[in-house]
Design a protein around this ligand. Structure first.
Ligand SMILES: CC(C)(COP(=O)(O)OP(=O)(O)OC[C@H]1O[C@@H](n2cnc3c(N)ncnc32)[C@H](O)[C@@H]1OP(=O)(O)O)[C@@H](O)C(=O)NCCC(=O)NCCS
Length: 206
């Protein structure tokens, strides 16, 4: 049911997420299971891993990305360069994260999420991909609808992003919001359900 990474269209890929092999530092399994490590290549690149992480074999992480403690990342996830992956982040797999992204502690990224470059996710945001919760119901068909967070958007801590929504480029979501509809580029939304409250200030656009 999950489409492979290579079937995603180019327009859905975070810029530069298709990392060259030379940029990739796979953690050794013994390091990810029990000990912190810093892996350094001959070219000086490194990815820093915290302790007690479980990172699946088919995960690619770009150079200078830092991974905290107790981080779980399932297969077929691509994370770009210069990212911060906070402690207790849980990534379900088949997730694409661009470059210069900050995922604060405890974020939950459900399967299929797309996060573009320079996105900031406050602590403990939750993303959802199964709108009608078909679990255990043969009469229902699972339709994966993972949220997308576009370039340089900011999502406040504790927010819930409902299935299928898109947070636009440079958009801003207030803390604790429940986002049930798309947030257009450069707009601010907040509340439960999140409502558009106005534009993001020009001096905050990157
Ligand atoms: C949205 C935000 C930027 C608003 O800050 P602000 O412009 O200074 O606004 P104020 O605090 O003056 O609040 C203005 C109004 O919006 C409401 N409001 C503020 N934040 C809100 C939020 N997250 N959700 C719903 N309403 C909110 C206030 O209650 C107030 O309502 P009122 O006018 O009826 O009294 C800020 O509250 C926020 O959520 N920041 C995100 C913080 C975060 O998650 N950081 C993550 C890293 S730690």
């Amino acid at each position: 049911m999950d489409e492979p990474i290579d079937s995603l269209s180019d327009s859905l890929r975070p810029a530069d997420a298709e990392l060259e092999q030379s940029d990739i530092r796979q953690p050794r399994s013994e390091d990810t299971a029990v000990a912190g490590c810093r892996q350094q290549g001959t070219d000086g690149y490194f990815v820093t891993y915290g302790r007690n992480c479980v990172i699946a074999e088919r995960v690619r992480i770009g150079h200078y990305t830092r991974v905290g403690n107790f981080v779980f990342i399932r297969d077929d996830t691509i994370i770009g360069r210069h990212c911060t992956i906070g402690s207790f982040v849980d990534i379900e797999g088949d997730v694409h994260v661009g470059d210069f992204v900050s995922l604060q502690s405890g974020c939950y990224l459900t399967r299929g999420v797309l996060i573009e470059d320079k996105v900031f996710c406050g602590p403990r945001i939750v993303t959802l991909n199964d709108k009608y919760m078909c679990y255990g119901r043969a009469s229902m068909k699972f339709v994966r609808e993972a949220p997308r967070i576009l370039r340089a958007a900011r999502v406040g801590g504790g927010s819930v992003l409902c299935p299928g929504i898109t947070i636009g480029e440079n958009a801003f979501v207030g803390a604790g919001s429940v986002v049930t509809c798309d947030v257009p580029d450069r707009m601010m939304a907040m509340g439960n359900p999140a409502k558009i409250v106005g534009p993001v200030r020009e001096d905050q656009i990157v």
